[in-house]
Design a protein around this ligand. Structure first.
Ligand code: PDD
Length: 281
């Protein structure tokens, strides 16, 4: 395997960043995860848009042009012989002696790109059974709209889910509303078949998969209610599901100890999963 690190392709096992990289010391960086399917990057344009936004919010410069970055992503996918899987891109504020203040303006952002294969069948098998989620208090900072590598609450939540026999943890805010999963957006389906997901204004990352599901739902004649929903409403919902570049649309069949619907994947979530790639770029 190979990884791109600051201008060169290194063997994955040997690839390293400097000990004074600010991503390492301060989690001072951002990332993107793009699905790879049939050797193609899914929704590259939307991921690049979000990357530029995240960098802008942290006042980190784009490390190279979008076109050059896209070429690096594709070359990393190619060198790793990935047909189906994912590509990971991380940009930190760069390498500089440890100091909370931004480094001098001539410090270059540090770029890492990795790619790995993930068998399509593994996700499909998981989707056939559906996944369980647990709820945890949302104890993250207020700027979760920025896709930063500062993911400690997400890491702890995901590990807690695993230890509880679940696949994902849903964060719940102080009003009792579900914000999102530790690495996914959260959705429910109402009794009359409307999709409900939290507005992307505050409290969540605006998922690219989420954006594409909006388009897919509209074309499928499904109604979308972009509004907050409580954990209690979710537990009583007809269906629930999660979305992310890594899981596409994944049916949720249990929240905490409550079976959702009849405890098997819902028909709407299953159909959205089947048709997702007809709408993704
Ligand atoms: N996570 N919310 C959070 C907190 C996320 O970390 C992610 C993605 C999403 C879904 O966004 P998208 O549809 O653009 O993947 C929502 C990536 C996959 C990760 O951290 O691995």
């Amino acid at each position: 395997r190979f990884a791109y690190v600051n201008g060169r392709y290194a063997r994955h096992a040997d690839a390293a960043i400097h000990i004074e990289d600010r991503g390492y010391q301060f989690a001072d960086g951002v990332y993107e995860v793009c699905e790879v399917r049939g050797g193609r990057l899914i929704d590259e344009r939307l991921h690049m848009d979000r990357l530029e936004r995240s960098l802008g919010e942290l006042r980190i410069a784009m490390p190279m042009s979008r076109a050059a970055l896209g070429a690096v992503l594709r070359e990393t996918v190619r060198r790793n012989l990935v047909r189906d899987g994912m590509v990971y891109l991380q940009v930190s504020r760069g390498v500089s002696p440890r100091n909370h203040l931004f480094p001098s303006a001539d410090t270059l952002p540090a770029v890492v790109v990795t790619a790995k294969s993930v068998a399509r069948a593994s996700g499909d098998k998981r989707a056939e059974a559906g996944v369980a989620v647990i709820s945890v208090p949302d104890n993250r900072w207020e700027r979760v709209d920025i896709k930063t590598v500062s993911l400690l609450p997400n890491v702890l939540a995901k590990q807690k889910a695993k230890e509880a026999g679940a696949y994902e943890a849903w964060f719940v805010d102080k009003d009792g509303n579900v914000t999102e999963g530790s690495s996914t957006n959260a959705w429910i389906v109402t009794a009359d078949g409307a999709l409900v997901t939290r507005p992307a204004t505050v409290g969540i990352l605006k998922g690219i998969t989420r954006t594409v599901v909006f388009e897919l739902a509209a074309r499928s004649g499904l109604r979308i209610e972009e509004r907050a929903f409580s954990l209690d409403e979710a537990k009583a919902a007809r269906e629930a599901f999660i979305t992310a570049a890594t899981t596409v649309v994944m049916p949720v069949v249990r929240i905490d100890d409550q079976a959702i619907g009849n405890g098997t994947p819902g028909s709407i979530a299953t159909s959205l999963r089947e048709h997702f790639h007809e709408f993704a770029e």
